[in-house]
Design a protein around this ligand. Structure first.
Ligand SMILES: CC(C)(COP(=O)(O)OP(=O)(O)OC[C@H]1O[C@@H](n2cnc3c(N)ncnc32)[C@H](O)[C@@H]1OP(=O)(O)O)[C@@H](O)C(=O)NCCC(=O)NCCS
Length: 239
C-alpha cells in the first residue's frame, strides 16, 4: 500500500490571493469635483438598470448599434444587468469592456465605458457612454468623457483613444468635437434595418497632453487594473 503523501512544507504553501488579484476592478474610482466614475457593483448596477428603464433617449432616436433601449422598462433593465454581468464574465487582458457608473451626489446618472483589445500592446481604447434622459444637456456628458480620458491617458498610459457616433447623434458628436478629437473616417452600418453613417474620431496622447483646459482628476484603485492588463509585468531580475 502506498503511504499517504506528506503535507506540503510551509515554504511550499502558495501565498493567499488578494481580492485585487481575483477581481481588480472593484476599487476603481475616478473623481473630478462632484462627479465620479465608479466601479459598477451590483448595487449601482440595479439602480442603473432602473434608470435605463426610465429612458436613455427620445423614442424616435437610436444612438446604439444594438437597440437594447427598445422594449418595456423591465426588458431594458434586465438587458442592462445581463450586459454588465457578461462584460464582467468575459473580462480578460485580451478583450476588456469596463463600464463605470457615473455618480453625482450619490445618484447614478449613467455609464462611461472603455473597451480595448490587447491594450498592453495596442495602447488604444474606444470609449462609449450613456446618461439617463433626464440628465442630458447639462454638460455631464462632456465632463465624464474628460474624466475617462484622464484614466486612460494618465492612469493606463494609452497612446490613443477613439470613439464613434452616428451622424444624427448631435450631442455625442458635440461632446467629441468639443474635446478636440480629430475625424478618423466614416463607416456605413445597419441600424434597425436601415443604413446610417457612423463618424469615427481619435484623440492622440500628444493632443490630449497639450490641452490647457483638462479638469483636475483623482485616480483611485488603478494599480490592480494596470497589473491585470499586463502594464506592470514584473521585470526579470536576471535578464
Ligand atoms: C451623448 C450624451 C452622453 C452626451 O451627454 P450630455 O450631457 O447630454 O452632453 P453635454 O450636455 O455635455 O453636451 C454636449 C454637446 O452637445 C451639444 N448638444 C447637446 N444636445 C444637443 C442637441 N440636441 N443638438 C445639438 N447639439 C446638442 C451641446 O450643446 C454640447 O456642445 P457644446 O458644449 O459645444 O455646446 C447623452 O446625450 C446621452 O446619453 N445620449 C444618449 C445615449 C448616447 O447617445 N450615447 C452615445 C452613443 S455614441
Amino acid at each position: 500500500m502506498t503511504p499517504p503523501a506528506a503535507p506540503p512544507a510551509p515554504s511550499e504553501t502558495p501565498a493567499a490571493l488578494t481580492a485585487d488579484e481575483i477581481w481588480p476592478f472593484a476599487g476603481l474610482r475616478v473623481v473630478s469635483g462632484d462627479l465620479e466614475l465608479r466601479y459598477l457593483d451590483d448595487d449601482l448596477l440595479l439602480r442603473l438598470a432602473v434608470l435605463a428603464g426610465q429612458g436613455v433617449h427620445e423614442p424616435d432616436a437610436m444612438p446604439f448599434l444594438t437597440p437594447w433601449t427598445r422594449g418595456t422598462p423591465l426588458e431594458v433593465a434586465r438587458s442592462v444587468a445581463a450586459y454588465q454581468w457578461r462584460n464582467r464574465a468575459e473580462a480578460s487582458p485580451d478583450k476588456l469592456g469596463i463600464e463605470l457608473a457615473v455618480v453625482r451626489d450619490g445618484e447614478v446618472l449613467g455609464i462611461q465605458g472603455f473597451y480595448a483589445g490587447k491594450f498592453a500592446v495596442t495602447r488604444t481604447a474606444e470609449t462609449g457612454s450613456w446618461l439617463g434622459l433626464r440628465f442630458h444637456g447639462q454638460g455631464v456628458g462632456t465632463r465624464m468623457r474628460r474624466v475617462i480620458l484622464h484614466l486612460l491617458f494618465a492612469g493606463l498610459d494609452a497612446h490613443e483613444v477613439t470613439t464613434s457616433a452616428f451622424a444624427d447623434n448631435a450631442p455625442s458628436n458635440g461632446v467629441t468635437r468639443r474635446i478636440g478629437y480629430e475625424p478618423n473616417g466614416v463607416d456605413v452600418v445597419a441600424r434597425e434595418g436601415k443604413p446610417v453613417e457612423s463618424n469615427r474620431y481619435r484623440l492622440t496622447r500628444e493632443v490630449w497632453e497639450a490641452q490647457a483646459d483638462r479638469p483636475d482628476v483623482q485616480l483611485h484603485g488603478v494599480e490592480p487594473v494596470r497589473r491585470f492588463l499586463g502594464l506592470d509585468a514584473p521585470t526579470d531580475p536576471v535578464g
